[in-house]
Design a protein around this ligand. Structure first.
Ligand code: APR
Ligand code: ZN
Ligand code: ZN
Length: 367
């Protein structure tokens, strides 16, 4: 079948809308008619080359849709089911999957790096040329084939445009706080970057009962969003050294938890520098592969600080996403407020331009 899809042919180029060929789902695969695709910065990182992607590929890794067809042997899903594709495939049986760390599964990493399914092939092509599956899910396509193991069924009554956000922005930001750092009630938190993912780190900290939640960004509008999502204090980094501002807000002590949700070595170091003794800094943002950061050894040893990273919210999506849905239904998780703009699919490049300009909390394209 044919589908309209947003293809990245080369680093440095914008997305091209093409009518690609989509092959039927094979054994253990599912065809999804996409309803909404989330406009996340990671796709922009792929366009700029900060994030390595096998090209040409159909981008998009956040989304929600309806199952249109299933391949042989698929038992957990049927046509008509509402689903979220999961951008990190997990095999379910390896050391990491068995340990509740599916985002670290090597099978998922292989799909991510090659843009091909585990059998080494793709289901997309254009005039006979192979087109890759970005993150294994390619949500910027009217139709996408996804392995059953990377598809999560969600309730039918959840609006699909908002459900899409659960699959990356929400689970990544919230999970970094709740699963990775395990923020405790009464703790103090700083979040660098109040974008789609960072706002979810902020609301995760609020839900976890953090007492002081400081948001750092450069854009006043983002700092307003941050307050709406639970920040108790905001710091505009363009007004001066944000580390000094965070230290001042904590009486010189520093914070218990710092999150970097931008993807710059400079802000990763700033986040680390905000820590109190025994503080934990979690890097969520994606920097270019060759980038390094350094920290003073003395603070690691004599202050017992921790520097770590978190991928996909260190989550178990099949357990965490239903919990997030329950929090949303209970009025505790802000999803409606997160979705600040919706674009028709054909305006996807404009949606990315608006993300770069800092105009949105999170946006989606709809099909
Ligand atoms: N200091 C403070 N804030 C900054 C700085 C800076 N030097 N540079 C950028 N920002 C802010 C932007 O203003 C924006 O609000 O960081 C925020 C980034 O948000 P988005 O562009 O919405 O990106 P998002 O989709 O949230 O992704 C953030 O997480 O998953 C990763 O790959 C993703 O690295 C990306 C990061
Ligand atoms: Zn595995
Ligand atoms: Zn993302």
């Amino acid at each position: 079948m044919k589908a309209k899809a947003a293809v990245l042919f080369e680093v440095g180029k914008r997305l091209e809308l093409c009518d690609v060929d989509v092959a039927a789902p094979q054994a253990g695969e599912v065809l999804i008619r996409m309803a909404a695709g989330g406009v996340c910065h990671s796709d922009l990182h792929a366009m700029t080359g900060h994030l390595v992607a096998s090209l040409p590929a159909i981008l998009g890794h956040e989304g929600a849709g309806v199952v249109a067809d299933v391949g042989s042997g698929v038992t957990s899903l049927k046509p008509g089911d509402h689903v979220i594709p999961l951008w990190r495939l997990s095999c379910g049986v390896c050391e990491f999957c068995s340990d509740g760390r599916p985002a670290l599964c090597n099978a998922g990493l292989q799909v991510r790096m090659t843009g091909r399914f585990l059998d080494g092939t793709t289901r997309f092509s254009l005039s006979g040329r192979e087109i890759k599956h970005f993150a294994g899910v390619s949500t910027f396509s009217e139709y996408s084939v996804v392995p059953e193991k990377a598809v999560l069924k969600i309730p039918d009554d959840l609006p699909l445009d908002k459900a899409a956000l659960l699959g990356c922005a929400v689970i990544t930001g919230y999970g970094a706080v709740v699963n990775c750092a395990k923020v405790k009630p009464g703790g103090s938190v700083v979040v660098f970057g109040a974008g789609g993912v960072g706002l979810n780190a902020i609301q995760g900290a609020a839900i976890a009962g953090a007492e002081k939640i400081i948001a750092v960004d450069l854009v006043p509008r983002k700092l307003e969003y941050a307050r709406q999502f639970g920040a108790t204090h905001v710091v505009n980094a363009s007004d001066g050294d944000p580390v000094a501002a965070v230290r001042a807000l904590t009486g010189g002590r520093g914070v218990d938890y710092a999150f970097e949700v931008i993807g710059l070595p400079k802000t990763m170091r700033q986040a680390y520098d905000c820590l109190a003794k025994r503080g934990v800094c979690v890097v969520v943002g994606v920097a270019p592969m060759a980038m390094e950061i350094s920290v003073p050894v003395m603070t690691l040893v004599y202050e017992e600080r921790v520097l770590t990273g978190s991928v996909y919210g260190s989550s178990r999506p099949a357990i965490d996403i239903p919990k997030l849905i329950a929090l949303y239904r209970a009025g505790k998780l802000k999803l409606d407020e997160l979705l600040t703009r919706t674009y028709p699919f054909r305006e996807i490049n404009e949606a990315y331009a608006a993300l770069e300009r800092g105009e949105v909390a999170r946006s989606v394209v709809t099909f």
